[in-house]
Design a protein around this ligand. Structure first.
Ligand code: ADE
Length: 232
């Protein structure tokens, strides 16, 4: 086992789906995978491995924020040999044309997280998606007739911000939406020369104040998972 994951070598597939919520990981495993087996219960951060269309695939929660996802991504890669890390999460829209329920592929992640500033001594690193995973996700979405948007997103350290107008600066520069993990995931993947992609469903809009209901989130979440599962 590693510090935070109680699994044996070989228990985790090379491709893993990473929702923030561990109960979402359980739901994905029980809804979409054949023969899902739980490999982790440490901190209730449930992880499962099963198959999809005969191919091994895992799914595990990451918790919220850059530090949490960075810990799990690190251990999955260095201790368990995971090669393809696909975050599936929700995000708040920064743009009028990015509507609730839309699916967004994160090509890159701008951020206010202090982690990379520390790591690169004040210089900027641009965390980016793996090109092959990104290209494949675009193809799968096309085949399945699922509409997607793609571009720069924002990884924030704050969910409850003091300045409600601050997002407009990012919005002006074309950033599509905000979440809290991708800059960390893409950076850890780059450090270890493995592949990462974030697929997001818009759950709320900072522009209009609109929010999806939890029932709606479940339905739109399914389209995002259908794309992610084909990347194994
Ligand atoms: N995830 C979903 N909506 C979000 C928001 N408004 N801010 C940060 N992360 C989010």
């Amino acid at each position: 086992m590693s510090v935070h994951i109680d699994a044996k070598k070989g228990d985790i597939a090379e491709t893993i789906l990473l929702p923030g919520d561990p109960l979402r990981a359980k739901w994905i495993a029980e809804t979409f995978l054949e023969n899902p087996k739980c490999f982790n219960e440490v901190r209730n951060m449930f992880g499962y491995t099963g198959t999809f269309n005969g191919k091994p695939i895992s799914v595990m929660g990451t918790g919220m924020g850059v530090p949490s996802i960075s810990i799990y991504a690190n251990e999955l890669i260095t201790e368990f040999g995971v090669k393809n890390l696909i975050r599936v999460g929700s995000a708040g829209s920064y743009q009028e044309h990015v509507k609730v329920r839309d699916i967004v592929l994160a090509m890159a992640a701008s951020s206010d997280s202090g982690v990379n500033e520390l790591r690169f001594g004040g210089a900027n690193f641009a965390p980016t998606a793996d090109f092959n995973l990104f290209q494949k996700a675009v193809e799968v979405a096309k085949i399945k007739n699922i509409s997607i948007k793609a571009g720069n997103i924002f990884t924030s350290d704050e969910f409850y911000t003091d300045n409600k107008e601050a997002y407009k600066k990012w919005s002006k520069f074309g950033v599509l939406c905000v979440e809290m993990e991708t800059a960390g995931l893409y950076t850890v993947a780059a450090k270890h020369n493995v592949n990462a992609l974030t697929i997001l469903t818009i759950s709320d809009s900072l522009v209009t104040g609109e929010r999806t209901t939890s029932k709606e989130r479940e339905t739109t979440f399914k389209d995002m998972i259908k794309i992610a599962l084909e990347l194994a």
